[in-house]
Design a protein around this ligand. Structure first.
Ligand code: FHN
Length: 465
């Protein structure tokens, strides 16, 4: 019987997976519990802190901060962390940048304090981006910040400790796609056509490199979140995705894992296709906000300028008004906001990022109760284009957040205050006068001397109608 090529290929692949499982010296996936069958109660309990947190810091940091968007004297288009691919830099050349990575001004405590000042409740930092360089002292590879770069100190260790000290939950972004490891994208050369020639060695990379590195990250840095990326490559399959989810949950059952651990994500919209069940606890819209609400947990990740990894010449910063309105809009739709900073090669977060984060923190100082531990309403999330609604969990406190400074009288629909209850403007000393009629709804009298900027939050004790 003549076996056709694909069947032979599949046999080789299955034998490889079987061989690698039997021969992978490092980690076995003895999953005793099927985490894909988790009960809704257990899922809700595990996700609770993450849902209440609403706002986190994304950090893209690595070797790509050294060229900072410039290679051989030319400014390279596209996001800074893709410079190895966009500038078609051979691995041996890119490694010279890694040999220069020495962020002597990095101060983990300073970063954690900035997150706190910004009102951010969790952080997700790149442990390893697509370039394959590890920001921790890996025993699985020498291509890391301690053994390969002059810096010689474990960045993740210091940041995980500083975040714990500030009460900030610690998360790791980990790329499945790896441009450095020979078994991950064939020879890893930028021109490798991995789309059409799936690499038979990839299962070995998963079992003998990807999983052992994930195990040391979970064992040594105790992350609360694992944020996978680079799952779109042909070499990575749905079967591998389900297995990877079980693997990390088995190592830390309480960990929260995004939907890029598997193959369900529908492009940058970030939510899962409905054709089958995919692994992952939340959807990941990227550089965009869902139009409306959804039943699946979701988190919008966004840059503050146009790049994730630092670029010396990207000054296209979003205003603090846009950033705060994004946070309010996402919260009203029941999502989380993961806002990115890209530190430079010295270990400094750009001043333009710091200024915006401090402004967001000042706004949250006054209005945070309308964001944290809130949920979306049952029927609406907005009124017109300039009003969003949120509701305190398990309470009858509703928040009406207005994007333009209200004057004289504010007319609100969809919420009816309880009789004799108060209506307040967060940050204002006195209760506000109001009337309610079935036809015209709630009318709130606006004093002339109201404080605040960017968005104004009215607190109402009542019910949604
Ligand atoms: O290719 C990456 C990109 O560099 C960046 O990490 C974003 C942020 O989530 N994710 C991928 C693009 O979708």
């Amino acid at each position: 019987m003549v076996l056709k090529k694909p069947i032979i290929g599949m046999l080789v692949l299955l034998m490889t997976i079987n061989w690698s499982c039997q021969n992978s010296p490092k980690v076995k996936n003895e999953t005793t519990i099927n985490y894909l069958k988790e009960s809704k109660e257990d899922f809700d309990q595990r996700m609770n802190w993450w849902r209440e947190a609403r706002f986190g810091m994304f950090i893209h940091w690595g070797v790509y901060a050294v060229p900072a968007g410039v290679h051989n004297g030319s400014e390279i288009d596209g996001v800074g962390e893709w410079i190895q691919r966009f500038a078609e830099i051979p691995i041996s050349e890119y490694e010279k940048y890694a040999k220069q990575f020495n962020p002597i001004k990095y101060d983990a405590e300073q970063w954690a304090k900035l997150m706190k000042k910004a009102g951010m409740k969790y952080v997700v930092i790149t442990s390893k981006h697509h370039d394959g360089f590890a920001l921790w002292d890996s025993n699985v590879s020498e291509y890391d910040i301690v053994d390969f770069a002059p810096f010689g100190k474990d960045i993740l260790k210091s940041l995980s400790l500083a975040c714990k000290a500030e009460g900030i939950k610690f998360g790791l972004y980990h790329s499945i796609m790896d441009w450095h490891h020979p078994q991950a994208q064939a020879n890893g050369e930028p021109k490798y056509d991995y789309q059409n020639h799936p690499n038979q060695e990839f299962p070995l990379f998963v079992e003998n490199y990807l999983k052992p590195q994930l195990k040391e990250l979970i064992d040594n840095y105790d992350p609360d979140i694992l944020w996978f990326d680079g799952e779109w490559i042909n070499d990575f399959t749905h079967v591998m995705g389900l297995d990877l989810y079980q693997f990390v949950r088995n190592l830390k059952p309480s960990i929260i894992v995004n939907n890029r651990v598997d193959k369900g994500r529908k492009g940058m919209a970030g939510m899962n296709r409905k054709d089958q069940r995919y692994a992952g606890d939340f959807g990941t819209p990227e550089q965009e906000i869902l139009e409306g609400t959804t039943t699946m947990d979701w988190e919008s990740c966004m840059t503050m300028n146009d790049t994730w990894g630092y670029k010396s010449f990207d000054h296209n910063w979003k205003s603090d008004v846009v950033l705060i309105h994004n946070l309010v809009d996402i919260t009203a739709k029941g999502g989380n906001y993961l806002l990115n900073v890209g530190p430079n090669s010295e270990g400094l977060i750009p001043e333009s990022s710091i200024k915006r984060l401090e402004k967001m923190g000042q706004w949250l100082e006054v209005n945070g109760e309308a964001i944290y531990a809130t949920q979306k309403l049952n029927k609406v999330f907005k009124q017109g284009e300039n009003i969003r609604f949120t509701k305190k969990k398990n309470k009858s406190n509703y928040y009406v957040i207005v994007f333009e400074q209200p004057e004289n009288e504010l007319n609100v629909h969809h919420i009816q205050p309880y009789e004799n209850s108060s209506v307040q403007l967060l940050g204002y000393k006195e209760d506000l006068s109001w009337t309610y009629e079935e036809e015209s709804g709630l009318k709130i009298q606006i004093p002339e001397d109201i404080p605040g900027e960017i968005a104004w939050t009215f607190k109402i004790n009542g019910k949604e109608i």
